[in-house]
Design a protein around this ligand. Structure first.
Ligand code: ZN
Length: 486
């Protein structure tokens, strides 16, 4: 074809008169991104959850936030929110996602809301006896959190602007340790239920000569999604690391733990981090149900409050920041999402265990003893036995370009997150736990055989096959998104 005959065709295409290129060949629309935070700090006096028994907050060391990131590929928007909470009830996520959909039109299925697992935050799970196990009227604080999440997302939508995206990861193995240990025969202590069949102990004494080896792996990888203004300053970094929490806060303190310190540290490392609108970092929990910050091979050193969390947070922030320098940036990424609620059964309570629970509680009431770990479990077992027949455990997969994020509403073990990455067809993938609801620990079937704290009824609430059902659903949804992208 000569240039002369080509001209009218080019003109026709430019004017939109011809259909030379099919819709599939059209260049992807440019990506937009916006990020904002919302303060979700509760009032003093609220119950702090995270220990065996709640206790009232007497001081706010640092503010709690819902950190919100919105992405828009021109056709679809997805939202990622990370809240400074121990966990959140499914009803809070449903209410927040409804408010977001009403205000912005973003479908509820495209909104991922997770908790960090800071152990120094207000209760958004719901109060016993029924709150945990069933849908309920939101408490004042739960309603406040839902509204503030929606506000944060609306703020992020208001500052959507052209963006480039990069995916990356960096291994930071030095802060993560598997906390479930095989111990020498006869040295695993008795359980609250009396006697023990446990083969492993959670949080064994550091440096004990009875330690044999950890019962599972760690996942040392910090995965991240970075957004920046075209060839300009960073808009946001969403990251996920598989570390339960660090702790070491003052007594009665509200604090966002290392997650909050990390976000502030990464912001300080950015030129123009405080410019308008400010840079927003997010740190989600990966899969850390069996992972914490204690190196059990040596006795744990006591440090002043907040020292260890600062050490971990600043180190992880500097390593992510260094990895950002190597990032490859793109100006488009296809977005999509899948969301399901799974009818996973609650853990079955055997009649003998229920009889033990009733007897133990009655005895405690007779002698008016203070609540110890045995009576706490006696109460938990009875509530578990009375739970509604089935859960509606939410699971979700977000597709962001070459990345797939799978979610679990539980304290999920590291090996589950590793399996999701291994079996995932996407170039990049990772899991976010404590997402869109809360259902306790999620040991794999292998770990149910080993026993230990995370498998006890009253710490674990779901059937032993729950982790398998969640993985199957995540991989099915991922496959749907892969098929659609071809
Ligand atoms: Zn936990």
């Amino acid at each position: 074809m000569s240039p002369r005959t080509l001209l009218p065709l080019v003109a026709a295409v430019l004017l939109g008169l011809g259909s030379v290129a099919s819709a599939a060949d059209a260049p992807a629309a440019k990506l937009l991104a916006g990020a904002a935070t919302s303060n979700i700090t509760p009032e003093l006096g609220i119950d702090i959850v995270g220990g065996f028994l709640p206790f009232p907050a007497t001081h706010i060391h640092d503010e709690l936030h819902a950190r919100c990131l919105v992405l828009d590929d021109g056709k679809t928007k997805v939202v990622l929110v990370v809240c400074d909470l121990l966990a959140l009830h499914r009803c809070v996520s449903i209410e927040a996602r409804k408010l977001i959909e009403d205000a912005t039109g973003i479908p509820a299925a495209n909104v991922l809301i997770s908790a960090t697992h800071t152990h120094s935050a207000g209760n958004a799970i719901g109060a016993p006896p029924r709150g945990f196990y069933s849908d309920h009227e939101l408490t004042d604080y739960q309603r406040f959190v839902a509204r503030r999440i929606a506000d944060g997302v609306r703020r992020a939508v208001n500052v959507l602007r052209p963006a480039e995206i990069a995916f990356g990861s960096v291994d930071v193995p030095e802060h993560v340790f598997n906390r479930r240990w095989f111990m020498k025969e006869g040295t695993v202590p008795v359980t609250p239920f009396g006697g023990t069949k446990d083969k492993v102990k959670m949080n064994p004494p550091g440096g004990s000569p009875d330690l044999v080896e950890p019962a599972g792996p760690t996942d040392p990888t910090v995965s991240f999604i970075a957004l920046r203004e075209p060839a300009g300053r960073l808009i946001s970094v969403f990251s996920a690391y598989s570390l339960h929490y660090v702790g070491g806060v003052g007594t009665g303190h509200i604090s966002a733990d290392y997650y909050g310190v990390y976000c502030e540290a990464l912001k300080k490392l950015q030129q123009g981090g405080e410019s308008d609108p400010p840079f927003v970092a997010l740190m989600a929990n990966g899969t850390s149900g069996d992972i914490n910050n204690n190196n059990f091979r040596t006795p744990r050193l006591r440090k002043p409050p907040y020292e260890q969390m600062r050490y971990v947070a600043e180190d992880v922030a500097s390593k992510v920041n260094a990895a950002l320098a190597q990032a490859t940036w793109k100006d488009s990424a296809s977005l999509d999402a899948r969301y399901r609620e799974l009818g996973i059964a609650w853990r079955k309570v055997e009649p003998e265990l229920l009889a033990w629970a009733k007897e133990t509680e009655a005895k405690a009431l007779r002698i008016q003893s203070k609540a110890d770990i045995t009576t706490v479990y006696a109460g938990r077992v009875q509530r578990l036995a009375n739970a509604s027949p089935e859960t509606k455990a939410p699971v979700q997969v977000l597709r962001i370009g070459d990345l797939s994020i799978g979610t679990s509403p539980c304290e999920t073990f590291a090996e589950t997150g590793i399996e999701f990455k291994k079996r995932n067809p996407f170039a990049h993938s990772f899991m976010v736990e404590l997402a869109n609801g809360y259902y306790g620990y999620l040991p794999t079937p292998r770990h149910f055989e080993l026993g230990g704290y995370e498998t006890w009824p009253g710490t674990n609430y779901l059937e032993p096959q729950a982790s398998v059902k969640i993985m199957d659903a995540l991989l099915e949804m991922t496959a749907e998104l892969t098929a659609k992208s071809k």
